[in-house]
Design a protein around this ligand. Structure first.
Ligand SMILES: Nc1nc2c(c(=O)[nH]1)N[C@H]1C(S)=C(S)[C@@H](COP(=O)(O)OP(=O)(O)OC[C@H]3O[C@@H](n4cnc5c(=O)[nH]c(N)nc54)[C@H](O)[C@@H]3O)O[C@H]1N2
Ligand SMILES: Nc1nc2c(c(=O)[nH]1)N[C@H]1C(S)=C(S)[C@@H](COP(=O)(O)OP(=O)(O)OC[C@H]3O[C@@H](n4cnc5c(=O)[nH]c(N)nc54)[C@H](O)[C@@H]3O)O[C@H]1N2
Ligand code: SF4
Ligand SMILES: [Mo]
Length: 752
């Protein structure tokens, strides 16, 4: 067996540091995996899912050569030169006859690999493509919109240090999202001076540890949060001095919150008024409160409103830029793709484009029509929208109707099966990779991972694919590349930096092509084949310029451009990741970008929805659909569609429909029985599992199940339920367009 090699788990945004020993017959298997104690964020922590990573590295449906679809629908292998040339020609033809804005880009990153997104912007620019999206636009765009309006930046809660922790539609025990989640949760639960509040219709594993579990009715969060805010205002518990000093707009929201009927809204959420009042007082009196909202509310009714009410709770109790409250993190590389800005609205449905992203729930509609501005071609990279987006039937139909679909992936996914060209890449353990999910506080970390083993075949990395596509499209500024090479030969990276600034002045487009230009000019000079890190060089300099004090506190002392150089060196050399910045809570103030550094409390775009709660009701049982289905729960053995082999899931019940025991009894079903689960969109058969975690009337399906694996004879075989067969794209937030997956009206019938 080989030595332990450091890398990271790629299954969730935490990207815990791990160490791997290779072994097996061919030396290509992950024989042993353990947490990496040297990793500055995870410190040796891992959850049970990471030990199965061989199911990814040596996974089902692996691609080993570029594929082209034949007229009869089957695929044939082609060489890379043909693949790159034909993909470039087909996309250029769409651009030339219909305009580059008809080419739509989806993905660019998964839970563990964000370098594709750092390079893909260059391809988009070369094609004149502007519209793009990814999974963030089916979960986080409502939250992004609210944060942008209120703070001009993203906020996170400091759960290591908070006195009161609130998890709102978030189950960190299984889904993580904060480093060393289970350790942090246990610490809060054990400490009598700290309080944990969980808002979840299900008694989640996190709720087991909570001091207070608000087991509300599914989809009723807006009423509950409005009631809590109503208490703060009506009992005069608002941190008025703090709010007056730091925010604007209080006078606009006070009347709305004075008008909230607390008893009525508490009842609509299914929570006793006394408990709602007690929770509001706990939040008002706490030294610090950190709140984490996630899919339970973001994929649900009134989601953007809930994101807003969440921020009002934080702010009316003065919990921003205080120790243990919310903060704005430093960034080494932005999460958003570096690409030309799209228009504010989508071409066909005129939906709001937030953070540069088209709402996922309108993508099929933007394709399946005869509108002259419809999307006609698509590049999908590191994503599986034919499985992960709402309404799979419509999504598949849309993908099939495209003039050209190009998929860049490691595996033959449900989306790749529909492609015209499939471009295979090395796994995340066969190349240099990194993620931009770096939001930690007070110390923020970055981890550039080294390859553990070479790819099994002639595969190109994403940076190489994008560089070649740009070249094939004739858009690579070759002269600038050679100027930069010469500058590097004469003056190293500092010389290259000076030359880059000089040429940028005369070439405004260069910023969009910078990644591939640096990949060609600087990449080959970087150590150990780390050319994919070239795009991070500029990012390290920007980080040093934007956050010099935080970077210095992390132990870097260079002057001028040397600070950025030091950061980049540390990035290349720290095989287990490194701390690039060290913050103080007050640093968040310098990152607020609204109203002269004051936070904007009033978002009039949402006032109508807030007032509208009075005349609406949370989703309720009807005769046709007596159950509310949450389609896509994170469980012990789910991991999006990153693991394609169902055998990785050793606990079979992780793929079943969970139902309250009394409901199961009423239906006359026991664990393992198949039931017919119907929504307005479709019906499927699924095994049930009775669970007292579920409240009566609420049922839950896992996420990531129901993949179509290829059998050795080429036939596809489905295992489990694909949740988006059951969901409908039109059930979405009025503002952000995010789906209502967590409260789908459903019916359950027994099957013979
Ligand atoms: N094990 C595992 N971990 C993962 C992933 C995975 O696939 N598997 N995926 C990762 C990704 S991509 C993401 S985005 C995160 C998501 O992480 P989470 O958002 O924590 O995951 P979910 O289980 O989808 O939803 C969280 C909770 O919302 C609750 N919920 C359902 N309906 C409602 C409601 O009406 N109101 C409220 N308040 N809560 C409700 C559910 O009962 C559930 O406990 O997880 C990440 N981590
Ligand atoms: N109904 C319902 N639907 C949901 C959810 C839900 O809760 N309910 N959750 C949603 C959420 S929050 C998310 S984030 C999405 C996730 O859905 P997607 O964003 O579509 O992505 P993943 O399922 O994470 O799949 C990642 C893809 O990347 C590929 N891949 C792995 N490594 C590499 C690599 O190195 N390079 C390239 N190019 N590709 C690679 C994998 O083979 C896989 O195809 O699912 C969403 N869908
Ligand atoms: S928390 Fe678990 S799934 Fe997430 S990165 Fe760490 S080991 Fe992987
Ligand atoms: Mo996600």
């Amino acid at each position: 067996m080989s030595d332990w090699q450091p890398t990271a788990c790629i299954l969730c945004e935490c990207n815990c540091g791990i160490e791997v020993q290779l072994g097996g017959d061919d030396g290509r298997h992950f024989a042993r995996i353990r947490g990496d104690k040297e990793h500055p964020a995870s410190q040796g922590y891992v959850c049970q899912k990471a030990t199965r990573l061989d199911h990814y590295q040596n996974g089902r449906d692996r691609l080993t050569a570029p594929l082209r679809r034949r007229d009869d629908g089957s695929f044939e292998e082609i060489d890379w030169d043909t693949a790159i040339r034909e993909v470039a020609e087909r996309l250029a033809a769409v651009r030339d006859s219909h305009g580059g804005d008809k080419i739509f880009y989806y993905g660019g990153a998964g839970q563990g690999n964000h370098l594709p997104a750092a390079y893909a912007g260059a391809t988009l620019h070369a094609l004149g493509a502007v519209f793009r999206s990814n999974a963030l636009a089916q979960e986080k765009t409502g939250e992004f919109w609210v944060n942008a309006k209120m703070f001009g930046a993203g906020t996170r809660g400091d759960f290591e240090n908070c006195q009161v922790a609130v998890f709102l539609g978030k189950n960190p025990w299984h889904s993580h999202g904060i480093p060393r989640a289970r350790v942090v949760l246990r610490e809060i639960a054990r400490d009598p001076a700290r309080t944990m509040i969980v808002i979840d219709p299900r008694r989640s594993e996190t709720a087991d540890l909570a001091d207070t579990h608000l087991q509300l009715k599914p989809g009723s969060d807006a009423w509950l949060l409005a009631a809590i805010l109503g208490v703060l205002v009506q009992e005069e518990r608002v941190a008025t001095a703090w709010v007056t000093e730091h925010t604007v707009g209080l006078e606009q929201i006070l009347p709305l919150l004075h008008a909230v009927p607390i008893a009525d809204y508490s009842a609509r959420a299914g929570i006793e008024e006394d408990i709602v009042r007690r929770v509001a007082r706990t939040l008002a009196e706490a030294e610090s409160v950190a709140i984490y909202e996630d899919l339970g509310v973001q994929m649900n009714r009134n989601s953007t409103l809930v994101s807003y009410l969440h921020r009002l709770l934080v702010l009316l109790t003065g919990n921003f830029a205080n120790p243990g409250g919310q903060y704005i993190a430093t960034t080494l590389h932005p999460l958003a793709m570096v690409a030309p800005k799209p228009p504010k609205q989508t071409p066909v449905t005129k939906s709001k484009v937030i953070a540069g992203l088209v709402p996922c729930n309108v993508i099929a509609e933007e394709i399946l029509c005869d509108h002259p501005d419809r999307f006609r071609a698509m590049i999908v990279e590191s994503s599986n929208p034919a499985h992960s987006l709402a309404d799979t039937r419509a999504m598949r139909e849309a993908l099939e109707s495209l003039d050209t679909l190009v998929v860049i992936d490691v595996a033959m996914t449900e989306t790749a099966q529909l492609a015209d060209y499939v471009l295979p890449v090395p796994t995340q353990y066969e190349k240099w990779e990194a993620t931009f999910f770096n939001f930690d506080f007070p110390h923020n970390c970055f981890h550039l991972r080294r390859p553990l083993l070479p790819p099994p075949a002639d595969l190109l990395t994403e940076p190489e694919i994008h560089a070649r596509l740009v070249e094939s499209l004739g858009a690579m500024p070759e002269q600038i590349v050679s100027q930069l090479e010469q500058a590097h030969a004469a003056g190293g990276r500092l010389g290259l930096g000076a030359a880059f600034l000089e040429v940028s002045a005369g070439a405004p487009d260069l910023r969009w092509l910078a990644s591939v230009v640096l990949y060609r000019a600087l990449g080959p000079k970087l150590p150990d084949g780390s050319s994919a890190a070239a795009a991070l060089w500029g990012a390290a300099h920007q980080c040093a310029q934007r956050f010099p004090d935080s970077v210095r506190r992390a132990g870097f002392d260079g002057k001028g451009p040397m600070l950025g150089e030091q950061l980049f060196d540390a990035l290349l050399e720290s095989a287990s990741g490194f701390v690039f910045s060290m913050d103080e809570p007050v640093d968040s103030w310098s990152r607020v970008r609204t109203h002269g550094g004051r936070i904007q409390l009033a978002l009039p775009e949402l006032f109508g929805q807030l007032e509208g709660l009075a005349t609406q009701a949370p989703p309720a049982a009807t005769e046709a659909f007596p159950f509310i289905l949450s389609a896509g729960e994170r469980r012990a053995y789910t991991a999006n569609t990153i693991y394609r082999d169902p055998a990785w899931r050793r606990r079979g019940t992780d793929a079943s429909l969970r139902i309250n025991p009394a409901d199961a009894e009423r239906l006359g079903v026991v664990d393992g029985d198949l039931v017919r689960l119907s929504t307005k969109r479709a019906a499927v058969e699924v095994p049930v599992e009775a669970s007292d975690r579920m409240q009566p009337g609420h049922v839950s399906l896992p996420n990531g199940t129901g993949l179509d694996n290829q059998n050795p004879d080429g036939r596809l075989e489905r295992s489990g339920i694909a949740p988006n067969d059951l969901t409908a794209a039109e059930d979405r937030d009025f503002l952000a367009g995010t789906p209502w997956h967590k409260s789908v009206p459903a019916r359950i019938e027994t099957v013979a």
